[in-house]
Design a protein around this ligand. Structure first.
Ligand code: ZN
Length: 288
């Protein structure tokens, strides 16, 4: 930690869908923290990633691909075009809410070499193993796993049950690199064959590149606490041996009609919906 300088990483948007005002409220939270620290005389260096690779989630794999690929196919566009479209929408929303732009918006797809290097380090250190062309993080190699989410024992197993994978040594182990299935278009070469990264490794690799082995503040939505941030800590501390983050700050879910705002719940509002209803987007900034 350098006095007067604060390093900050925010888990950014996934650019195959619009950000709703619940997502944006979490980015507002990060903006307020940054502005308060700046007003207090600090220099804040802020990184916000763009997730354009597609999350490696079991339900998407079972559905035959990830949403990014399916959206691209449906709209007849390339994946890059889709990502750029939704990233532009996100930046427009941030502008409407008067959110200061991050100093760097690193794109996940442009940091595959950094992710592979980190996976290689974890393999060398014995914190990861290969099975069927996939690379898994060995949760038993990291004694403090579960510390952030206070997620131990039964609760933890409940959380990972949906991702049951017979190749894992322990059901809690998570994917660092996934072998490409036949016919998959979005894939990269790796020392373990063609594949694509697991979701969590992108934030560890990009945070390391732009902020170093240890930094001050990491923000995200409360739904990122487990497994995303728990796994990020395990990867980064497993690879570098240092404390990864000094302070974690998570935004709670925004409720709409008494329920968490989520696409699946059908209660999602976008910034443009506020304008349609006659509200200035900046009014949202001051009311949440
Ligand atoms: Zn993240």
């Amino acid at each position: 930690m350098t006095p007067g300088r604060v390093t900050m990483y925010t888990c950014g948007p996934t650019v195959y869908r619009y950000a709703h005002i619940g997502n944006l409220r979490t980015y507002l939270m990060a903006d307020w923290i940054r502005r308060i620290l700046t007003a207090d005389g600090n220099e804040v260096y802020h990184i916000k990633n763009i997730t354009d690779v597609g999350h490696m989630r079991q339900e998407l794999v079972e559905a035959g691909g990830d949403k990014m690929i399916m959206a691209a196919l449906e709209e007849g566009k390339t994946i890059q075009e889709i990502g750029e479209f939704y990233a532009d929408c996100f930046w427009r929303d941030e502008t409407h809410l008067n959110i200061l732009p991050a100093h760097v918006f690193p794109w996940a797809s442009q940091h595959i070499p950094e992710m592979l290097e980190m996976v290689g380090t974890l393999m060398e250190k014995g914190s990861a193993y290969e099975a069927g062309g996939n690379i898994y993080f060995d949760v038993n190699s990291y004694a403090e796993y579960g510390r952030l989410s206070n997620n131990f024992g039964g609760d933890l197993l409940e959380g990972v049950r949906a991702e049951a994978d017979p190749l894992k040594r322990d059901p809690r182990d998570f994917t660092l690199w996934k072998a490409a299935e036949p016919g998959r278009d979005v894939k990269w070469d790796s020392p373990w064959g063609e594949g694509f990264p697991g979701w969590h490794i992108e934030c560890s690799a990009m945070a390391h590149k732009y902020l170093g082995e240890r930094f001050d503040i990491h923000t995200g939505g409360v739904d990122n606490v487990f497994p995303h941030h728990e796994d990020e800590i395990a990867q980064s501390e497993g690879a570098f041996g240092n404390r990864h983050v000094n302070y974690w700050i998570h935004g709670q879910h925004l409720l709409a009609d008494g329920a968490k705002m989520a696409k699946s719940a059908g209660n999602v509002f976008l910034i443009e919906d506020l304008a349609t209803r006659g509200f200035n987007p900046l009014a949202f900034d001051t009311c949440v």
